[in-house]
Design a protein. Structure first.
Length: 262
C-alpha cells in the first residue's frame, strides 16, 4: 500500500488551524485563560498539573497545612497567589522557589506561627504580602526586608507578644510606616497587662530596659570565644604561678641547708 504524504504548505496550514491542545485544567479546579480557581475544593496540597501560563491562582478555603519543597510546579508568570482560609502551619524555606514574578501573596487566616526570611527571598517582585489573622507572636524583620519591592504589608489580628523580642519588629515598623496597612489594628495580646495595647503607640522609652540588656550576635560570639579561652588561660597562669612558688620555696630550703654550721 502507498503512503499518504501531506505537502509541506498543507501541513503548516493544518497546524495553524488546529493548534496543540492547552494544558489540562486540574480536575478539582475551574480554569480560564491564565487564571485557575481551586477555591473550596477540599484540597490538602497544591495541584501540580498547572499551566506554566497561569498568572492568577486561587487556593483559598481548602485544607492545606504545609507548603513543602516543590509544592508548586514551575509558574514563571504567576502574579497573584491566594491561600486564604487554609490551615497552613509551616512553609518550607524553599517552597516558593520559581515564583519570582509573584506580585501579591495572601496568606491570611491561617495557623502560621513562625516565618523565616529565607522563605521570601525568591519573591523579588512581590509588592503586597498579607499575613493577617495568623498566630504570629513575633516576626523576624528580615521577612519584609527580604522583599525589595514590598509596598504593602498586612499584619493585623495576630497575637503579638509585646516583650523585648518584639523590639526588632517595632523598629522596622517605625521606619516603614508607609508600607504597613492597618497599622492601627496591631495590638498586643501578651502580657495580659498590655492586652489590646496598640503596638505603634510604643516609644523608644518603652524599650529602654531591653536596649540596655540586649546584646548583638557579635557580642554573644565574643563571649563564647573569650569565656573558654580566659578559663584555659587562668588555669595555665595558676599552674605557672604555683610552679614558681614551689621552685623558689625549694631554692630557699636548699640555701638554709648550705648555711647550717658543721
Amino acid at each position: 500500500m502507498g503512503c499518504w504524504r501531506i505537502p509541506g504548505p498543507m501541513l503548516a496550514l493544518l497546524l495553524l488551524l488546529c493548534p496543540p491542545p492547552s494544558p489540562a485544567c486540574p480536575a478539582a479546579c475551574r480554569c480560564s485563560p491564565a487564571e485557575v480557581d481551586c477555591s473550596e475544593r477540599g484540597l490538602r496540597e497544591v495541584p501540580w498539573s498547572l499551566s506554566t501560563n497561569t498568572s492568577t491562582l486561587w487556593l483559598g478555603y481548602n485544607f492545606i497545612t504545609v507548603l513543602g519543597l516543590y509544592s508548586f510546579p514551575p509558574l514563571p508568570g504567576l502574579r497573584l497567589l491566594s491561600l486564604v482560609h487554609n490551615r497552613l502551619e509551616l512553609i518550607h524555606s524553599q517552597a516558593l522557589l520559581g515564583l519570582g514574578a509573584l506580585q501579591e501573596l495572601d496568606l491570611s487566616h491561617n495557623h502560621l506561627t513562625v516565618l523565616t526570611p529565607e522563605t521570601f527571598l525568591p519573591l523579588t517582585s512581590l509588592t503586597t504580602l498579607n499575613l493577617g489573622s495568623n498566630r504570629l507572636g513575633e516576626l523576624d524583620p528580615g521577612v519584609p526586608s527580604a522583599l525589595p519591592q514590598l509596598q504593602a504589608l498586612l499584619l493585623q489580628d495576630n497575637p503579638w507578644v509585646c516583650s523585648c523580642g518584639i523590639l526588632p519588629l517595632w523598629r522596622w515598623l517605625s521606619h516603614n510606616r508607609e508600607k504597613v496597612r492597618e497599622k492601627s489594628l496591631l495590638f498586643c495580646r501578651v502580657p495580659e497587662q498590655l492586652n489590646n495595647y496598640p503596638i505603634m503607640a510604643f516609644g523608644d522609652e518603652s524599650f529602654r530596659q531591653c536596649q540596655e540588656t540586649l546584646l548583638s550576635p557579635q557580642s554573644y560570639i565574643t563571649f563564647f570565644i573569650i569565656g573558654p579561652l580566659s578559663f584555659i588561660a587562668s588555669i595555665f597562669f595558676c599552674t605557672f604561678m604555683g610552679s614558681l612558688v614551689v621552685f623558689f620555696h625549694s631554692l630557699r630550703r636548699e640555701s638554709h641547708c648550705w648555711r647550717r654550721p658543721l
